[in-house]
Each structure stands twice: as structure tokens, then as C-alpha cells.
Write a new protein. Sequence first.
Length: 359
Amino acid sequence: MKVGILTGGGDCPGLNAVIRAVVRKGCFHYEDEFVGFLEGWRGLLEDKSMPLDLSSVGGILPRGGTILRTSRTNPAKKADGLERCIATLKRHKIEALIAIGGDDTLSVAQQLHEKGVSVVGVPKTIDNDLAGTDFTFGFDTAVNIATEAIDRVHTTAEAHNRVMVVEVMGRDAGWIAMYSGIAGGADVILIPEIPFDVDKVAETIRLRHARGRYFSIVVVAEGAKFSTDVDPKHGAPIVVDMGKDEFGHARLGGIAAILAREIERRTNFETRTVVLGHVQRGGSPSAFDRMLATRYGLGAIDMVHRNEFGCMAALRGNKIVSVPLADAIAKNRTVDQETIDVASGILDKLTTDKMVVGK
């Protein structure tokens, strides 16, 4: 069988491990032939590709990024974009396509499936917010990077009696903030799911200092929202005036700087920021992510040969299963109550009562 592979959306550690697993099992067990389409859906739109064989995937397991490169191109926004993608697949005589990406990439895969393309999805996002699967690869690596950064700012915060605000990724879901904040011993964790009151953040920090703890660590997801009188339930995110990407997402940014300024103004405690940004995406994947990505790759090529098209490989418990793409992209997977309860058990009661659990 001739199989196409592409990686779309933001890069994350583990993409190369998926590609490697697909190609190795496809070659060794099914005698498949592979074509890699470059830069996500742009590769299908512009017919940019490279052959994938055992030699091309040799040594890529520990490498970050993706040998196929990626982009946030949305063919559905282009004139005859989906038809051009289908024409490229026919030109290369592709019998099945494996699309590795998050909800945006997989939403295009679903649209192509509805037009008759034999497509299988693999879930990829460091935000861990894709429905239908328990974990996405790249998330564990991002959490490890964020946790190490939080560990490091603890010592400088304590040395200078400072408040440190650490901004991590997380547009609509606070998984990275919650996991790294809990693992790194943060004092306040702010997530997109629950709008927060700056006055209550400041009060929590003042109480810590009153108890003799002269420094504080605040972890905030980039998509966390300020509670407002107009909309206290949903809040208002901080956006950078840089327009939107091709999938309609506003470019977030700046919450750490604004939050730090407001904390310092309310408490008179020196407050500094650390914005991790794309550092969370880069570098070698963790052992967990290498293993998970490999399992996803093996599951995807098996799904191709079982004709399970229009589906995504997913982790349920400790099993790789097949779920419909339509279910996977139907909604974002947000932080669950069980994880929030973990934070509630270790954070200051004022914090958990008023901010994290939204009481």
C-alpha cells in the first residue's frame, strides 16, 4: 500500500517518533511505501513531498521538531483547497493518508474523509486538550520543561523576596499549568477554565508573606482569563493585536506581564515574569513521549490496514484504540475536577476556594 504522512499545526516533541514508528512497521510488516508531505496541509496544496523509507527515519527518534516540517495552513480556507489536496493524493497514487496534528489539523482530515479520502488521525498537542484520548504526546515533555523552570525560579525568588509569575502554554485548557504548577510547588495556579480575580491573587500572596513566606510562585496559562463584572463566568483573555491564524485563533500573549504589574501594584512586592513560550515545544522528547508517540504510530498504520478510516488513534487507559475523528474534534478536553481537586488539596485555601475551583 502507498501511504502519505503529514504533520500539521504547532510542532512538538515526539512527531519524529510517530513518523519513525509508522514507516518501520509499514516497511517491515506490511511492505508499504511512504510519501511524506511537507509543511502540513501546505504540502498537499502545493504538492511538496519527500520519499520516506527506513534510511530517512534512521536516528530521528530522539529529535525534536519534525523532519516533514509543519505549518498552520488551512486548505479549507483556500479556493478549491480540499479538491487540490485530493488531486495531489491521486497524483501520487496515495491509498491512505495519516495526518498527525491537533484539532485544527484533524478537522481538515475529517473534511477530507467526508469527501472520500481514506485518512487516519494521530493526536498531537502539547496542550493535552484533544478530546477522545487520555494523553497526547508532547505534553509530558512540555510539563517537564515547565517544571524544571519553576524549580529554578524558586531559588531566585527566595533569594530576592520576589513574586515570580511563570507563563506557560495553554490556550483553552490549563493542563500544562496544572501539572507543572503542582509538580513545581507553585503557590497560585491560574487556568483558562476558571476566570480569576486579581485582588484575590494579591490577597493570597500578602497572606503568604504575613506567615513568613517572603516569596511566591504564580503559574499562569497563556489563555487564563481575568474575571470581569461584565462576564465573571467566562472572563476576558489577554490577546496580542496580531490578527488571527488561518483557523481563526487569536494570538494570545502578555498575561504574565499584566498580571505581574497588577500584583506588584496591589502588594508592593517586587514581581518578575518568566515567559517560557516556545521553549516548551523544543528539544528532545521525554522517554514517556517517545514511547507514547511510537505506540500511536504503530496504532495508526495498523488502523490503515484494518480500513479504520475517518478515525484517530487514541490512548484509553493503557490501550491504543480507534475513535471517530468527529468525536475527537467535537470539543476541547479541559482540566477535569479530579485534577483540580489535587490542586485544592495542596494550595492555600483562599486560592482554591476563590480561584482554582471557582467557588
